[in-house]
Design a protein around this ligand. Structure first.
Ligand SMILES: *Cc1c(COP(=O)(O)O)cnc(C)c1O
Length: 418
């Protein structure tokens, strides 16, 4: 793309290769249907705040207690982000500095645990996150980690099973929340189990934060000692993390994150978090979350009608896990066939998956981005029909290119970043 047509003239003047990639990314986000459940398209206001010159500022410490001069504007945006986060989730304390969801989780653990302590989280293979104790993650290396999963019959978390495992493990922290779980979490049930073993309870709401903030998913705040989240999934903010907790853990959380784990915060990202939280406090955001859910239900219903199996039989939230075993195709083949038609999703292991994580037997689908673009149930049903047509024969490239053109036309009617 030439300098005159690029959306990034300042970048193009210095670095045409990066500018070309940025322009191509804008085109990709506009012209494909992204059903990746962990992604979203943030607003122009969030993008502008994140692209601001606060990226220049060192602000080690916390508002009013910095280790550098010149932090008055950094203090303003961080205080706004904190106050809005507290209002949004009804929490005592919020630390908005974690660079990511993973660092938020590390912070919550190290605020009260020591290396070698036992944690009990949801198995990665059953929808948990790497940081919930997977052996390849810091969480499974620093801590002695154990896991619970879903029941083979129902595809849902069996609380009696969690209680049985907790009684054997006697964990110091129970971790709940997931990356690929389509149902509500029983926070009270987890709290009761934690109480029996005097364990801390952490709820990682990375995926469902938008629904928790608007009341469409029960909130763990009354039950959990720590609530962690990302800010870029259903919350639709900049890429980043946050730790929330009760008063009693506030000082430990802040000290653990800085100076314990991070140096200077990303003040430009914190500014963007503040903007995103303001958006999330608006009535329009609540409506947005309701539409995400309606779209997810419509997508799930249509896929079921096409004979697809969904883990747990459906969804209570923004995502669903499609079990492709009865269709005789792998998650990897489905992912690439759909991608060829402009439909982007991710292959995902299903509970008790016989295939390795590089292949898998499932795909994970979510509706946050389609909904951000303004698509509704009619569009979602059309997309389900395309998914069905493509997956009938993932090798049929003619079907893929026919649908690719239709996808482009649909995307043109719902521009993401004009
Ligand atoms: C996405 C996710 C995270 C981690 O977020 P990153 O910002 O990628 O580190 C943590 N926990 C859960 C449940 C997630 O889904």
């Amino acid at each position: 793309m030439s300098e005159s047509t690029t959306r990034y003239p300042a970048v193009a003047a210095v670095d045409p290769e990066v500018a070309t990639a940025l322009d191509a990314e804008r085109l990709r986000e506009n012209e494909s249907l992204v059903l990746i459940a962990s992604e979203n398209y943030c607003s122009a206001a969030v993008l502008a705040a994140q692209g601001s010159l606060l990226t220049n500022k060192y602000a080690e410490g916390y508002p009013g207690k910095r280790y550098y001069a010149g932090c008055e504007n950094a203090d303003t945006v961080e205080r706004l982000a904190i106050e809005r986060a507290k209002a949004l989730f009804g929490v005592d304390h919020a630390n908005v500095q974690p660079h990511s969801g993973s660092s938020a989780n590390m912070t919550a653990y190290l605020a009260v645990l020591k290396p070698g302590d036992k944690i009990l989280g949801m198995a990665l293979a059953h929808g948990g996150h790497l940081t919930h104790g997977a052996k390849v993650s810091f969480s499974g290396k620093i801590f002695s980690s154990f896991s619970y999963g879903v029941s083979r019959e129902s595809g849902t978390i069996d609380m009696d099973e969690v209680a049985r495992i907790a009684a054997i493990v006697k964990p110091k922290m129970i971790v709940t929340g997931a990356s690929a779980y389509p149902r509500f979490f029983d926070w009270q049930g987890f709290r009761d189990i934690a109480n029996e073993h005097k364990a801390y309870l952490m709820a990682d709401i990375a995926h469902i934060a938008g629904m928790v903030a608007t009341g469409y998913h029960p909130s763990p705040v009354p039950y959990a000692d720590f609530v962690t989240t990302t800010t870029h999934k259903t919350l639709r903010g900049p890429r980043g993390g946050m730790v929330m907790c009760k008063h009693e853990h506030a000082a430990a959380v802040d000290k653990t994150l800085f100076p314990g784990l991070q140096g200077g915060p990303l003040v430009h990202v914190i500014a963007a978090k503040a903007v995103a939280f303001k958006e999330a406090l608006s009535p329009a955001f609540k409506e947005y979350q309701a539409r995400i859910l309606a779209n997810a239900r419509a997508l799930a219903g249509r896929l079921l009608a096409h004979g697809f199996n969904l883990i747990s039989g459906g969804t209570d939230n923004h995502l669903m896990l499609v079990d492709l075993q009865n269709k005789g195709i792998t998650g990897a083949d489905a992912e690439s066939a759909l991608h060829a038609a402009g439909i982007t999703c991710n292959k995902n292991g299903i509970p008790f998956d016989p295939r390795p994580p590089t292949i898998t037997s499932g795909i994970r689908l979510g509706t946050p981005i389609l909904t951000t673009r303004g698509m509704g149930e009619a569009e979602v049903v059309q997309i389900a029909d395309w998914i069905d047509a493509i997956l009938r024969d993932p090798k049929d490239t003619a079907v893929q290119s026919r649908i690719r053109a239709q996808v482009r036309e649909l995307c043109g009617r719902f521009p993401a970043y004009p």
